[in-house]
Design a protein around this ligand. Structure first.
Ligand code: HEC
Ligand code: HEC
Ligand code: HEC
Ligand code: HEC
Length: 186
């Protein structure tokens, strides 16, 4: 009897370790897929015009902004030479996932989409699946296990901080209202 019990414990521990390794492996494989992939399900009136609201928000223009004369002046002021659209010092906060390794980026993620969905929600390769999305929203599975992160103040201040050469004081509660894009009420 004792032997069977010990064997069961060993098996259970082994299974738990295997599962946690699987979870870790998944964690490493989340990739940025780009806003066009989110668009197909999050556009249009009946889906709350989420894509359209982001397009009307300055985040979608963050890369384009770097091509303006104003951006060139800002760059010159802080001693950044050359085209701001090619300067790592500027791209760090004006595009999605700039510092992520190239293995973490699908070709469908483009610079010109600027600060897009995944900059705030996390790399979407695993959570963008319809069933996963529904299960996350219904609370059946944890978003974090699929790469979906909560867009908290900590996420915003990775960019909204005094390292920004044009820094404006950032108040999370007010800022969130400016960019609000809720799902439609059911
Ligand atoms: C195949 C369709 C599909 C794609 C692609 C998709 N979503 Fe979703 N998403 C959904 C559905 C459906 C829901 C649940 C909506 C509901 O229940 O009202 C959802 C819910 C969400 C939620 C809310 C989750 C929560 O915590 O409640 C977020 C955030 C989200 N999606 C972001 C994204 C982002 C970012 C992308 C692109 C990387 C994306 N989605 C791609 C279909 C999709
Ligand atoms: C990857 C960097 C990055 C992250 C993360 C980020 N932002 Fe921004 N945000 C920017 C940049 C860059 C601009 C300016 C874009 C421009 O003017 O071209 C901006 C502009 C804004 C604006 C002005 C937009 C407007 O339409 O007037 C608000 C409000 C804002 N962000 C709120 C937030 C909030 C809230 C979060 C977190 C949930 C957040 N941001 C996360 C980079 C970021
Ligand atoms: C630490 C993140 C960060 C870095 C690095 C950064 N930006 Fe920004 N940028 C922002 C944020 C956030 C905003 C929105 C307004 C604000 O708080 O500065 C913004 C807004 C802007 C704007 C438009 C708004 C305005 O008030 O003029 C310009 C132009 C700009 N940045 C240029 C640049 C250039 C050029 C560089 C590189 C020399 C750069 N930024 C580097 C985060 C950053
Ligand atoms: C600058 C950061 C930022 C960007 C860019 C962004 N979001 Fe969000 N998103 C948020 C915040 C903040 C919330 C509110 C979260 C909350 O209420 O917990 C949110 C909420 C959502 C929700 C859930 C709304 C609800 O009612 O529960 C969905 C779905 C969503 N975003 C999809 C997207 C998609 C798709 C894109 C790109 C087209 C996008 N987001 C771009 C920050 C962002």
């Amino acid at each position: 009897m004792r032997k069977v019990a010990t064997l069961l414990v060993v098996l259970a521990v082994g299974l738990m370790m295997a599962l946690s390794f699987a979870q870790e492996a998944k964690k490493g494989s989340f990739k940025y897929v780009g806003a066009a992939k989110c668009k197909m399900c999050h556009k249009g009136e009946k889906n709350g015009n989420i894509f359209e609201k982001w397009q009307a928000d300055k985040h979608s223009q963050a890369y384009a902004t770097l091509a303006t004369d104003h951006a060139k002046q800002v760059a010159a002021k802080v001693g950044v030479k050359g085209n701001p659209q090619q300067a790592p010092e500027c791209l760090a906060c004006h595009v999605t996932g700039y510092h992520a390794s190239s293995e973490m980026k699908e070709a469908s993620l483009t610079l010109d989409e600027g600060v897009s969905c995944e900059a705030c929600h996390g790399p979407g390769s695993e959570y963008k699946n319809m069933q996963v999305m529904k299960d996350i929203t219904a609370g059946k599975v944890k978003g974090a296990d699929y790469g979906l992160i909560k867009p908290t103040n900590e996420v915003c201040v990775k960019c909204h901080n005094t390292k920004s050469p044009t820094y404006k004081e950032f108040k999370f509660a007010e800022a969130v209202k400016v960019i609000a894009h809720p799902l439609p009420k059911k």
